[in-house]
Design a protein around this ligand. Structure first.
Ligand code: UDP
Ligand code: MG
Length: 326
């Protein structure tokens, strides 16, 4: 028997969860029919939702033994949700997917075929278009992937997603990366293994809203760059070297001018102001970049937990049993 764990991070997903459950069970039932060796568990993560997500988990857990869940004590972000899911999944294979049906469950049978064949350790989808996304957002995404791949050794495939079907071996490798600042796209790529990218057309959410604002995505991309590249630190040094060279040339020029005495001494007041501004700006910028990395290091050294679980399906089921016993 082979157990497949389906990990689903959820944040305020009351509108789509019932739809998602119907879809996923339809697909997995079909898979079990075709491959009798397969069994499934559904591991939902409630990332501190403010709506009825947890209540829906309760009713799903009442209805279906295969449903497990972990409910965070507050919102920790999707990355923490994925980590908690991978850590608690018991499966020989683990699937990570969004609750909003933007990761169509219909891909699962094909993904399983790829991984089962032994040719791949991971099957994932790759968006071939960005339908339903604003032009500006697409442009920024494109630039992000360009910059990221230019300055980082870890390749981030444009359009690659967190929708993954993975072997236990790959999941264990990911769990070995216990860093606090988690950028999943980078982590999935960093661990390597043989990955099958399946092209697909972007689909829109059937219900609910995305929790990503433009500003949120922008900050997230900076996090990604900092987590997987130290190039910005090198840029700081490079700027420093360039300005030193320029300053040196200027000094030589000024001394020569004083000795040989060619040309008029210009008023130069504004020039000085400009140069002072430019270089103090550059210095602050570089200190800022340094500070960002230092801050990340600071957070890592604290070894804070990546998530804190409040309630789980185990505590819920135990409590229910206790109540029924009374
Ligand atoms: N999500 C989460 N915690 C968060 C934000 C999002 O667990 O703080 C989940 C969300 O419920 C969904 C998935 O991450 O299952 C993707 O979120 P969303 O659809 O908002 O992102 P998008 O598809 O626009 O990238
Ligand atoms: Mg989505």
């Amino acid at each position: 028997m082979k157990l497949v764990s389906v990990v689903v991070p959820c944040y305020n997903e009351e509108d789509v969860l019932p739809m998602f459950y119907d879809e996923i069970t339809k697909v997995t039932d079909g898979m079990t029919k075709q491959h009798p060796e397969l069994t499934f568990e559904f591991l939902f993560i409630n990332d501190g939702s403010k709506d009825k997500t947890l209540e829906i988990f309760h009713s799903l857990a009442d209805r279906d033994k295969r449903v497990r869940y972990i409910s965070f004590s507050r919102n920790f972000g999707k990355e923490s949700g994925i980590y908690a899911g991978l850590k608690n999944a018991k499966g020989d294979y683990v699937v990570v997917m969004d609750a909003d049906l933007q990761h169509p469950p219909a891909f699962l049978p094909q993904m399983y075929e790829y991984v089962k064949s032994g040719e791949y350790d991971c099957a994932t989808t790759r968006r071939t278009n960005r339908k339903g996304e604003s032009k500006i957002r697409s442009w920024f995404s494109m630039k992000f992937y360009k910059i990221m791949n230019a300055i980082s050794q870890t390749e981030i495939v444009d359009g690659a997603q967190d929708f993954r079907f993975m072997t236990r071996q790959m999941v264990d490798a990911i769990l070995d990366m216990s860093e606090y600042n988690r950028f999943s796209k980078g982590i999935f790529s960093w661990v390597g293994f043989r990955v099958k990218y399946m092209p697909y057309e972007n689909v829109e959410r059937p219900a609910g809203t995305t929790s990503w604002s433009f500003w949120g995505l922008f900050k997230y991309s900076l996090e990604g760059i900092m987590a997987f590249s130290t190039a910005p630190l090198a840029v700081a040094s490079l700027l420093g070297i360039i300005s030193c060279v320029v300053a040196f040339i200027l000094i030589v020029f000024t001394i020569l001018k004083a000795i040989i005495g060619f040309g008029e001494t210009p008023a130069g007041y504004m020039t000085i102001i400009c140069v002072v501004f430019l270089f103090s700006g550059l210095q602050l910028l570089c200190t800022g970049v340094l500070g960002q990395y230092l801050a990340k290091t600071y957070l890592e050294t604290k070894h804070r937990p990546i998530y804190i679980a409040g309630e789980t399906d185990e505590t819920y089921r135990a409590k229910k049993q206790e109540n029924e016993g009374k």
